[in-house]
Unconditional design. Structure first.
Length: 154
């Protein structure tokens, strides 16, 4: 009985040590070891409907609010063009900064915004991010009528 207790105790310490090992304070590095800061609007500044949403949805709204110039250049493929949406940004925010609650219930909108955020964090040019979004999401439906990505200067 004592041997079983000692084995259980050892397993508990091993499990605790393994769990705590992942709790470091440094952020993981992306390819090339460089992280790029991406702006995020404060969670407390979000409407209550967004604050009550799952974390990934909240993050997508916060990213969209802080980065309209990026998401306005990325199409959405959920079929929301018929609602008047012209880009992935439109799924989150209306003209004048009013919340659009469409993305609260649309995983495609949220996934696209999260993919754009992760790409920018890795330093991927927006042109490449859009090409990847087009490749990954075009199977879901027609894109919004989003103008091409604005040319960047080297």
């Amino acid at each position: 009985m004592r041997k079983l207790y000692l084995i259980s105790l050892a397993m508990a310490f091993l499990l605790a040590g393994t769990t705590l090992a992942g709790c470091g304070t440094s952020a993981p590095k992306h390819a090339g070891g460089v992280d790029h800061a991406v702006a995020m609007t404060d969670a407390g500044a979000m409407p209550m409907s967004v604050q009550r949403a799952p974390r990934t949805v909240q993050e997508a709204y916060r990213f969209a609010a802080a980065n309209p110039e990026a998401l306005e250049q990325i199409p959405c493929y959920c079929g929301c063009g018929g609602m008047g949406h012209i880009s992935n940004y439109s799924c989150f925010w209306q003209t004048g900064g009013r919340v659009d609650e469409h993305a609260l219930g649309c995983g495609i909108c949220v996934d696209i915004a999260q993919d754009v955020r992760r790409g920018l964090e890795k330093g991927v040019p927006l042109e490449r991010i859009r090409a990847q979004v087009d490749a990954d999401y075009s199977r879901f439906g027609p894109p919004t009528d989003t103008p091409p990505v604005a040319a960047t200067t080297p």
